[in-house]
Design a protein. Structure first.
Length: 51
């Protein structure tokens, strides 16, 4: 629906860069590209070089 509205020339003239940036959280606020991440700050990762 937003895509249709934003495709109209009248709206593209009214919306500035700050307005378009304000729309970004609407599209990406619910996305977790790597799933749920749980951090254990009490442990360390073993990232030493493997031979």
């Amino acid at each position: 629906m937003l895509q249709d509205v934003l495709a109209e020339p009248a709206w593209s003239k009214l919306l500035g860069p700050a307005d378009r940036r304000g729309l970004t959280p609407l599209f990406w606020g619910h996305v977790r590209p790597y799933g749920e991440v749980r951090l254990d700050l009490a442990s360390r990762l073993d990232i030493r070089a493997q031979d």
